[in-house]
Each structure stands twice: as structure tokens, then as C-alpha cells.
Design a protein around this ligand. Sequence first.
Ligand code: BTN
Length: 255
Amino acid sequence: MSDAPRLPPAYRLVALERVGSTNEEARRRAEQGAADGTLIWAQEQTAGRGRRGRRWDSPRGNLYFSLVLRPESEPAHAAQLGMVAAVAVADVLADMVPPSAPVALKWPNDVLAGGRKLGGILLESAAGAAGRLDWLVLGIGINIASAPAATEFPATCLRAVSDAPVETAQVLEGFARAFLDGRRIWRAEGFAPIRQAWLSRAWRRGEPIQARLEGRSIGGVFADLDEEGALLLELADGAQRRITAADVFALPPSP
Ligand code: BTN
């Protein structure tokens, strides 16, 4: 195993060699009462999961972890915490890649380097009493040593974009600190500064994109994020469309 990361005391690290899915493990522990800050880190996953039921290839050498949170807030705030995490991942990776492969965030929370996917985030949650979140699991995968081939959206890894060797533990440590800072800001000031931070790193803001929903696609200009983190698309007729779940792709400008 890589050297153990040194995490701030707010975290309780569970380091595993191999697991089906760190999200599944985190979810199981959350259901059994695991505390906020429990962080499951595995060297490899045999059944890694991506968004929308996809598989997440998880060979050794990349970073796979899931963080249990108990935010005691409304379920609608889960997406906001996903964006806190996305900004933290982007900031850590931005310090590790050369300017030739700039880091950007693709809605809802994919992290890109040079326009290719370097990492993704899977949110899973359960509601508790009085409609509050009981727990939220943030599952994060970052391609460090290798990237999957033949993905619908092209992927990359840190090793392909940077000459400097990077350890998974180093990225995890950086994330743990950056996420604590972001969460502190979110608690004290709400979503507004996080939304601004996310937008300042956004991929294709103001440009034509295609949002692929279950069974259909909608093209439009990426206009903004709303107060809950939903994507606002401006359609050809000028109307605005609010999107809460989709995969986003580039769309060439119309002639
Ligand atoms: C995406 O589809 O972009 C989200 C990918 C999330 C992958 C991570 S790897 C660690 C955690 N465990 C999983 O099974 N999935 C998430």
C-alpha cells in the first residue's frame, strides 16, 4: 500500500487493499452509524460504480475513496456538497498539472484536465427524520496512473498530463484539507461562494452544450448554475431550461 496519508483530525480513515466499491462500503457503515468524516480509501475496487449506473474501472494506481457526511441539512443540499467536493478536487489537481492541461469542472462535478476527464464524483444519500439528510456519501475517483480507454467522454490520467510523479495518498491529503476549507465556507456563508468558485472553473460556460438525459438530449448554451447547483441551459428560442441530472457534452456552434 502507498504511504498512509496524514489527514486532519476531522477524518477517520479506513484504508483497504481491495473492496467491491468504497461507496458501497461507506454506505454500509453509514447505515450502521459511522460518524461524519469516516473516509474509506481503497487501492483497488472490483465493482466500482460511476454515475447513472455505469461501471468505474478501478485498477491499482488510481485514487478511490468515499467520505461519509452527516450534514443535517435538506436533501436538496446534497448537490451543493458535491460541488464543494468538486472545487476541492479541481484545486488540488490544478497544482499538479502543467498549464498545457488546464483543470476545469464539467457539470455536475466531473474534473477535466485539457478537456479530458480526470476524475468523477458519485453522490449517494439517505433521508432521515423530518426530511433531513441522514447521511451523504461522496465517492471520488481520480485517474492517477491510468485512464480507461473507449469511454463516451474521453478520459485521461495525471501520469499522461504531468511528468511529476504523484502518489494517490498525496492527492487524498490535499483533497482532505481543501474540502474542510470549502465545507467551512459553505457552512458559514452558504452556497453562493461555492457556486462562484465552481463557475469560475466551469467547462464551456457561455458555449453550446448537449445535455443527455434519460432517453433524450437537449442542446443549448450553458448559461448558469442556479441556487441549488442545477444547470441552466438557454434554448434556441431564448427559453431557459433547468436540468438536474444529465451527462454534458460539447456541441459545435450552430452555423
Ligand atoms: C462518475 O461517474 O463520474 C463518478 C465516478 C465515481 C467513482 C468513485 S471511485 C470511489 C467511489 N466508489 C465507487 O464505486 N464509485 C466512487
